[in-house]
Design a protein. Structure first.
Length: 133
């Protein structure tokens, strides 16, 4: 259980940090193929992280209640699906040279982001209570 939790966090944070690791390549590629200026590229790049953060203003509170009602297994599956679909569509948006698609998909990715940490902490609580880990 602990290794699955660590693997889930690793995958989520790897996908979260992917645009910053490829910033120069992404900016140059988008400027060449979508006709954006340097200022627009910087604006849209920053909007990628704002799109991720926006759903996480209230969703962790809502998802905390949902985890209590539905259970952490269901929530981990649902939120993991949001993360995978959001990042896959983000990659498709990058391939299509569309900043708007990438920002929208980062928002979808953000729906599962921090809320997944709430569900994982509930699963870790199980380890602490039952196994004393």
């Amino acid at each position: 259980m602990l290794s699955l939790t660590c693997g889930g966090f690793f995958g989520q944070f790897e996908a979260f940090d992917k645009p910053s690791a490829r910033y120069g390549q992404l900016k140059n590629r988008m400027m060449e193929n979508s006709g954006t200026t340097t200022e627009e590229s910087v604006y849209y790049f920053n909007l990628l992280y704002s799109g991720y953060s926006f759903p996480n203003v209230l969703l962790p509170l809502v998802m905390g209640v949902t985890v209590d009602r539905c259970g952490c297994r269901i929530q981990i599956c649902v939120l993991g699906t949001f993360i995978v679909i959001g990042h896959a569509f983000f990659a498709m948006g990058a391939e299509a040279f569309s900043w708007k698609t990438m920002v929208t998909d980062r928002t979808l990715f953000g729906v599962g982001g921090v809320s997944m940490q709430v569900a994982f902490s509930e699963a870790a609580q199980f380890l602490r209570e039952t196994l004393g880990v």
